[in-house]
Design a protein around this ligand. Structure first.
Ligand code: F6R
Length: 610
């Protein structure tokens, strides 16, 4: 999704801006641009569709330099992918603006601005920000006041940086609904939509809060809250590794992240799991007492994180005896729902910035949940800051658009939450021990399962010319089948659907033929015999199956079935273990198809707009 970088310094900031944009490329974008302003008043705006590299070459060709600059990667929402729609947008050759989010009332603003004599030159909503700020300059007398006046007129979401060609001594930034972070330097300061962009230049950050407007000069940062009062915000020292954005010798970030899973799952468990259960206090101060009273859990998330929630529901009800609902955030936020007594709201998010999940959390706060917990990977994110409790997944920076290690660490977190809640709700000693033993063996089971890569790569050859596929699972493997289908469609562009295999004869059987590969996840659990019957239903209709089965499940390969034996593991961790072959399968199919694995078409890493 769109990315913002800004800088104000004594030195030339072009390389800082471009490196920042490169570090945000993983988020997905379709065009990029910069506006540069020199202390001597020289101004240069360069925009290109396509990759940041093309923008960099164009700036180089034009010898672009600037002591102040704003830069942007755009992921089109309003208006097509054209150079003219790329940011920065400009008003009257004076005000330049980059913006993430959506100004929902941009049509009304356009009408108003046209009446004032502004010509609308792009299809974007962002252009109205530039004109609105420009229109308020005469009456307000300063850029800061013009931005403060402008934001009162905007409905929707924005993270925006505004530069005045007539004043190279400051940048004004504003945040509402789209994250912005200020990076502090010595005699220079920076802005970005994600700290990742600024790690090469600083580790000291200020995270703006909702409604904040800030004036940034080379030597100062002055922040005003939504009421216009000057406020102090904490300076946070980032612990994220500067190299978090490197591929570490792997061909793609996605592959690197798949192979990081034994380590990050180990990190997620570190200091949190003892021999007799979870360590006290891991959900934060005061959480123990609160969890003791939870009678119901409402989980809200999107995409892969939603699949983690669906899996968690099986665990919470089966092991912890706590009732649980799971809902897609974009549905939850727009319907009337009933809040169960003593209900804990749990959001799940890799980024912590997903617009729908954040909006659902804000809505839930008004609905009377007893408390909110987020299971999240980004400590500085809006979801972490706005939730009562946060449980960090510790997956490290996830750059590949297709989520992998974030998912398995989310599931690891939910097994720990299951233990914590089960403690107060009559969880049996046997179930408790199954989860504890499973978690202790999890990192090594993941390592063992990753060694299947070569046989899965061979299997992938058979998929590359297919257009459709079906994923089947039962019980807590059903959401894993859904996650497998999502991964395949995201990065290989093969249509993939997932079904709970008991549903087969209620419709999807009609699709089965030898052109429709059927992928089955088959751990050795109490549903295995039922699953075997479903497999026979597919076989009887000429379907070709690819079965990831427990080594003891007694499936064998033949002309209609390819079996990959997955290391035996206990029931509690099976959903995590069976995720891995499905991740590898999608990766290898995408590799053979030659798609852009890390930045699949039309997708963005962090979905910060609705
Ligand atoms: C799929 C994927 C997306 C995200 C979804 C939610 O591979 O990455 O489906 O899971 O956009 O994102 P977060 O977890 O950041 O809220």
């Amino acid at each position: 999704m769109c990315g913002i970088v800004g800088a104000i310094a004594e030195r030339n900031v072009v390389e800082i801006l471009l490196e920042g944009l490169r570090r945000l490329e993983y988020r997905g974008y379709d065009s990029a641009g910069v506006a540069l302003l020199n202390n001597d008043g020289a101004y240069n705006r360069v925009r290109r569709t396509g990759k940041v590299q093309e923008l960099a070459s164009a700036i180089n060709d034009q010898n672009g330099v600037g002591n102040v600059g704003i830069a942007h990667t755009r992921w089109a929402t309003h208006g097509g992918v054209t150079e003219n729609n790329a940011h920065p947008h400009v008003s009257k050759d004076r005000i330049s603006v980059v913006h993430n989010g959506i100004i929902e009332n941009y049509q009304d603003l356009r009408t108003e601005l046209k009446a004032q004599g502004y010509s609308i030159d792009t299809d974007t909503d962002t252009e109205t920000i530039a004109h609105t700020v420009h229109s308020l300059l005469p009456s307000t007398g300063s850029l800061l006041a013009a931005v403060q006046g402008s934001v009162k007129k905007f409905h929707g979401a924005y993270g925006t940086v505004v530069m005045d060609r007539e004043d190279p001594s400051r940048l004004i930034v504003a945040r509402s609904g789209s994250p912005l972070v200020i990076g502090l330097g010595i005699g220079e300061n920076f802005i970005a939509s994600d700290q990742m962009a600024l790690l090469p230049v600083t580790r000291r950050f200020i995270y703006l809060e909702e409604g904040d407007v800030a004036e940034i000069t080379r030597r100062s940062v002055t922040i005003y809250n939504a009421a216009g009062e000057q406020v102090e915000r904490d300076v946070v020292e980032s612990t994220v590794s500067h190299d978090a954005g490197d591929k570490g010798g792997y061909r793609h970030y996605m592959l690197k992240e798949i192979y990081e899973q034994p380590t990050v799952v180990r990190n997620a468990l570190q200091g949190r799991l003892a021999d007799n259960g979870v360590v006290a206090g891991i959900f934060g101060e005061g959480a123990e007492a609160l969890l003791a009273n939870v009678q119901h859990v409402q989980i809200i998330a999107c995409g892969t994180s939603y699949h983690a929630g669906m899996t968690a529901r099986y665990w919470l009800e089966q092991y912890a005896n706590v009732s649980c609902n799971v809902e897609i955030a974009s549905e939850f936020r727009y319907r009337k729902s009933v809040v169960h007594p003593n209900s804990l709201l749990v959001t799940i998010s890799q980024s912590g910035e997903t617009a729908d999940t954040l909006a659902a959390l804000r809505l839930a706060k008004e609905l009377g949940y007893m408390s909110s917990l987020t299971v999240c990977n980004v400590e500085s994110s809006s979801l972490v800051r706005e939730s009562d409790m946060a449980f960090m997944t510790r997956a490290g920076a996830e750059i590949g658009v297709a989520s992998t290690k974030a998912f398995t660490t989310q599931l690891t977190a939910f097994l720990m939450l299951t233990l914590a809640l089960g403690e107060h709700n009559g969880m049996t000693g046997e179930d408790k021990q199954t989860i504890i033993d499973g978690l202790h063996t999890l990192p090594s089971k993941i390592e063992e399962t990753l060694s299947l890569a070569k046989s899965i790569e061979d299997l992938a050859e058979e998929f590359s010319d297919k257009h459709h596929s079906l994923f089947l699972g039962r019980g807590e493997q059903y959401p894993i089948a859904m996650e497998g289908a999502l991964k395949l469609k995201e990065i290989s562009y093969i249509h993939a659907e997932a079904y709970a295999s008991g549903e087969l004869k209620h419709g999807p059987l009609a699709l089965i033929d030898d052109e429709m590969p059927v992928i089955v996840v088959a751990p050795n659990n109490e549903l295995l015999e039922k699953l075997k019957s479903n497999v026979e239903e597919v076989r009887a209709r000429g379907g070709i199956m690819y079965v990831f089965a427990d080594s003891n499940a007694q499936f064998s390969s033949d002309e209609t079935m390819r079996v990959v034996a997955v290391p035996h593991c206990n029931d509690a961790i099976a959903p995590i273990v069976y995720t891995l072959p499905l991740q590898l399968l999608s990766y290898f199919v995408a590799l053979i198809k030659g798609t852009d694995v890390d930045q699949p078409r039309n997708l963005a890493k962090s979905v910060t707009v609705e």
